[in-house]
Design a protein around this ligand. Structure first.
Ligand SMILES: CC(C)(CO)C(=O)C(=O)O
Length: 357
């Protein structure tokens, strides 16, 4: 019998639920999933997943429950669902896989939250998240742990709590972030082990890269541009492409600025990458990037890691980035509005006019 790796999965929405399935059905991993907004729904009814890779998976029902810990049975595998981060004394995790959104402007950060589950120098941290410089807080806090990058191309959304619609198959590129305290070969070997475990069910296309910055910047040509333009305008990617001059005046200039920033940090992206990203999906897919979904659900958006980081990298090297600056500062104002709506910030009541305002 295979000894299963113990995986703590933080975040189990559209991307995380499919990651959980891949890991579980492959039979090489036992997943403990940490849920938040969908926790009570998963406890009562389980997940309902319609997946282009896995087919229809209905009602993952709990077979055992105690306080916050519920064990689910999926076929022969066990899938544990909790709503707080278990500590290493409760369970010993080989991997902590993070599939949440990254909102560093709204602490506590995930790097802080996972602390009880991390054994220094041992637990492998896997970030299946968009954006740039996302590894920095983890390398700072857990300098001797291997940290893997996962760049995901997947069309999977949580349409209602615990209802997952997976329409575009899972393609995941895994590699080790450069860490001055860990040999690169060790990180690469760990990435290969993760890929083997993740791909074991044969339902996903998970591949290795030795060039993490290239893959992160390449994906940013999409995420730093399509995501904000769609989130700000309320239009999906198909409509952006159909709408008169939006591609010419907003999307393409933003993409060109990201390509120039990448070049300034030493990452040369393929010629014509802008066109490839603009046309990556059929127009009539009317794809809604995650940032558009987030704004419309009233969720905070990951504008710092998708837009702020490439902008700062480029500006600090003298790259002119007027379009990205505009998108960044617009998103920052939108985030402020979202924070007010969610009660994260308070403002003085209308009608109070203190002298100093
Ligand atoms: C590429 C895409 C659209 C889906 O994986 C994405 O990364 C996002 O929605 O943020």
């Amino acid at each position: 019998m295979i000894e299963k790796a113990q995986v703590l999965l933080v975040g189990c929405g559209g991307v995380g639920a499919i990651a959980a399935l891949n890991l579980e059905v492959g039979g090489h991993a036992a997943v403990t999933a940490v849920l938040r907004s969908n926790w009570s729904k998963v406890i009562s009814d389980g997940f309902h997943i319609k997946s282009c890779d896995h087919g229809e998976v209905q009602n993952w029902r709990p077979t055992k429950g105690a306080n916050h810990e519920i064990i689910f049975t999926i076929k022969s595998n066990q899938f544990e669902v909790v709503n707080s981060i278990p500590s290493q004394s409760e369970a010993c995790f080989d991997y902590v896989v993070i599939t949440t959104k990254n909102v560093p402007d709204c602490p506590p950060t995930i790097a802080d939250l996972i602390e009880p589950a991390i054994v220094p120098g041992n637990t492998v941290i896997v970030l299946i998240q968009n954006g740039l410089n996302i590894e920095k807080p983890f390398l700072q806090k857990y300098p001797t742990n291997i940290c893997l990058s996962g760049v995901s191309l997947i069309g999977s959304h949580e349409t209602a709590p615990a209802f997952i619609k997976h329409e575009d198959s899972d393609r995941l590129t895994i590699g080790a972030f450069t860490n001055p305290h860990v040999q690169q070969e060790e990180g690469d070997a760990s990435a290969h082990r993760f890929i083997k475990m993740y791909s074991a069910a044969g339902k996903t296309n998970c591949t290795f890269t030795s060039d993490v910055p290239f893959h992160r910047w390449q994906k940013l040509v999409y995420n730093a541009c399509f995501n904000p333009v769609c989130a700000i305008t309320g239009l999906d990617t198909g409509r952006i492409r159909l709408a008169e001059d939006t591609v010419a005046t907003l999307l393409r200039p933003a993409m060109q600025e990201v390509v120039a920033a990448a070049k300034a940090v030493g990452v040369v992206l393929p010629l014509g990458i802008e066109d490839r990203m603009i046309n990556i999906d059929p127009v009539t897919m009317y794809l809604r990037p995650s940032m558009l979904e987030d704004v419309q659900k009233g969720n905070l958006v990951e504008f710092e890691t998708l837009v702020g980081e490439p902008l700062r990298e480029g500006l600090s090297r003298g790259v002119l980035m007027p379009t990205l600056s505009f998108l960044y500062h617009t998103l920052k104002a939108m985030q402020w509005r979202l924070k007010e709506e969610r009660g994260i910030i308070d403002i003085p009541a209308k009608g109070e006019y203190p002298q100093n305002i």
